[in-house]
Ligand binder design. Sequence first.
Ligand SMILES: Cc1cc2nc3c(=O)[nH]c(=O)nc-3n(C[C@H](O)[C@H](O)[C@H](O)COP(=O)(O)OP(=O)(O)OC[C@H]3O[C@@H](n4cnc5c(N)ncnc54)[C@H](O)[C@@H]3O)c2cc1C
Length: 396
Amino acid sequence: MTDSARVVIVGGGLEGLATAWSLAERGETDVLVLERNTLCSGMTAKSSGIVRCHYGVRSLAAMAWHGVQVFSSADEIFGTDIGFRQTGYIVGVGANNVAPLDANTEMHRELDVPVEAIDADEVTRLWPGIALDDFAAFAYEPLGGHGDAYMTGMAYASKARRLGVRIRQSTEVASLLQRENGEVYGVLLADGSEIHADTVVLATGAWSPTLGATAGIDIPVRVQRESILLVDQGMRTPDVPTFSDLVNLQYIRREPNGDLLVGNSDHSQPEWADPDAYSNRADDDVVATAIGKLDRLLPHMPDPRLSSSYAGCYDVTPDYNPVIGPSPVPGLFLLVGFSGHGYKISPAVGRLAADLLLDGISSDPAVDGDDFRFSRFDEGKPLVSLHPYVGAGEMR
Ligand SMILES: Cc1cc2nc3c(=O)[nH]c(=O)nc-3n(C[C@H](O)[C@H](O)[C@H](O)COP(=O)(O)OP(=O)(O)OC[C@H]3O[C@@H](n4cnc5c(N)ncnc54)[C@H](O)[C@@H]3O)c2cc1C
């Protein structure tokens, strides 16, 4: 017998599960999530989980602010801890980027995001021993920090299930099913069975182009490998804010065990990868560069050494922003291309996707659903920061 659901979501990562949860909250519970492995085993499992509202795109800043509010109420909403720690978030820029920093933080204030300009003395008070010679200005979000992407995705799944959503794991979609007029009406599974749907939502991250191609759609997503380092300073890092260094293009945050998690923000020379075949360990040259930058910021680390490293893949679009909305093919909705920043906005992504699927319009006046349309690339109108940073354009 052929199974069916009004909405079939392919991909059980953060974005697919947030959408399943949001649809169910809105009363649409005839939803079936299909995940080829286990939930949150894709790139969600690799996420650094950093939460900040510091964006140069207004809709994204508003979406991140919604994320902060959901994450900080996780106990009430999901009945479980999602690992969200409001450590505070600092972004530091050099002299050439003070004007965009001011303009961006002004825009954040208009959205009611709590954010302050702080000076180097205040940064040093928050993070003793940090070296700030490279920086000219800082913005501080006291409610920012980081969460656990796996725990968050599983919380979405659990809430969605309690509301009636069905989830099937170990269920690989081989291709999209299309009528002669091109309309997508379901999916063909790898075991040869079919599942029919009014709408299929593609939330398959780095694997999206392959499935899109089965319906003749060229999804503009490329796969960019990124490495994460875990560094033992030779002492337990005290409770410090999450820090974005927009001079040396690196971000750092404290791990629960006192190590530092160190990630790269320099996307000038992306390393394109195959999401099914990439080295899950940072290369030596990447380690050397990252440790050099870290040493500049924290010159007094007593006895630093690399605890471990791993790598993940960003599903990047040409403007490093996601596609959230209908595809050119009727019956197929896209939720792809989160380009390395899909954790913090995931509650708002679910809400926006549910709005667009059910009403065709965003329910949040601060979030323009049109911003994320598929056609923007062909129109030559990429979604870019209103106040871009010199040398850090991808800090949207
Ligand atoms: C190293 C790294 C660090 C990051 N750090 C941050 C951060 O600090 N802050 C932030 O906001 N964001 C961050 N992100 C981004 C964020 O984690 C991602 O945007 C988000 O997890 C993507 O979720 P997703 O659901 O789109 O994709 P995924 O989690 O990859 O989920 C897609 C799912 O689809 C499944 N799938 C694929 N093909 C099929 C098929 N044919 N049939 C069935 N299922 C299929 C996969 O198995 C997978 O589970 C980071 C990402 C990485 C890689």
